[in-house]
Write a new protein. Structure first.
Ligand code: GLV
Ligand code: GLV
Length: 330
């Protein structure tokens, strides 16, 4: 019999077929989030799992499923994984970098522009039949071209956003990151490294593209927002928890900054109730990588990670490659 794997959510049929060539596939195509106890029950006897950000995979899960050898996240972010616990248990973890970089950068720019130019607020106004109340400064927003773009987190996606800003919109690009880019990458992105205080102070539009970790928890809270220009916009396409949503809602209500665009939230799929009532925020349900091509490519990469690791021992995009061969579950 073929070894068995679990796909934790409904995914593309062609990716399921691809996996069926190698495995018995248990596919949660009913598509609800599996609670930890259900996940443990569904994983019994399985060697691999494709997961999404909705499932927390920690030491307790992998201890309860001794057969499990790999968990492949269909996402570039992997804060739903306790990677050290997986490594300690000899379970390989993979994510989906690269395939979503340009698509996610496109969305970051879409959200930045929608926020700066007050797109959703003005659409609501039109739909509500209020256009007869025209004024010269109606929905007058913030300039995008030629303004200063601040990027916090300068990985692949941050760099792709920098190129769009500098080359497409003539923006002055400044960034802050744990480590500085090498000079040739900085030159290619036309981005200047600054400290975090300078980034907060100088950005007309600040976009967050850094991974979530204990260190980045509430990297933007009341104190950071207070350092931003009152005319500035803030965009978060990174992870919920990087922004203190309660502090942001309060700042938006008090117009301490002009507007925000948020694709990610603390406690998704819940949204802080105050964010739902302030007008100067554009809200989207964690869709930055959601194009048909990219979501399919992410699922296919996760599938290929499982197939390659379990057939050749060589996964494509491992997060803890150091365990391969050493203490990995066989
Ligand atoms: C989505 O948020 C991802 O991490 O891919
Ligand atoms: C993060 O992994 C990124 O691609 O920016």
């Amino acid at each position: 019999a073929k070894p068995a794997i679990l796909i934790s959510r409904k995914i593309f049929p062609e990716v399921v077929e691809h996996l069926r060539q190698h495995f018995e596939v248990d596919h949660n195509d009913a598509d609800g989030v599996l609670a930890p106890a259900q996940l443990i029950a569904r994983l019994q006897g399985k060697v691999g799992a494709l997961t999404t950000g909705s499932e927390r995979i920690d030491g307790a899960i992998v201890q309860a499923v001794p057969s499990l050898r790999i968990v492949a996240n269909i996402a570039v972010g992997y804060n739903n994984f306790d990677v050290p616990a997986l490594s300690a248990a000899g379970v390989l973890a993979t994510n989906t970098p690269d395939v979503l970089t340009e698509t996610t950068a496109d969305f970051g720019f879409a959200l930045l522009m929608a926020t700066a130019r007050r797109l959703t607020e003005s659409e609501h106004f039109l739909r509500a039949g209020q256009w007869n109340r025209w004024a010269l400064d109606m929905f007058a927003g913030a300039e995008v071209h030629g303004s200063t773009l601040g990027i916090l987190g300068m990985g692949r996606i941050g760099q792709a956003i920098a190129r769009r800003g500098a080359l497409g919109f003539g923006m002055k690009v400044i960034y802050h990151n744990r480590s500085r880019l090498d000079p040739s990458t900085e030159a290619e992105c036309q981005a200047r490294y600054v400290d975090k205080a300078t980034l907060l102070r100088e950005a007309d539009h600040l976009i967050l593209v850094l991974p979530y970790s204990k260190e980045s928890h509430h990297a933007i809270g009341a104190a950071e927002i207070a350092q931003m220009k009152p005319s500035a916009t803030l965009v978060n396409i990174a992870r919920g928890g990087i922004v203190d949503d309660a502090a942001l809602a309060k700042a938006l209500k008090e117009r301490r900054i002009a507007a925000a665009g948020l694709d990610v939230f603390e406690g998704e799929p819940q949204v802080h109730p105050d964010l739902l009532t302030v007008p100067n925020v554009v809200l989207t349900p964690h869709i930055a990588s959601a194009t048909i091509q990219t979501r399919r490519a992410m699922a296919m990469l996760a599938a290929d990670n499982v197939i390659d690791y379990l057939t050749t021992g060589q996964p494509r995009t491992p997060l803890n490659a150091e365990i391969i061969g050493k203490g990995a579950r066989a």
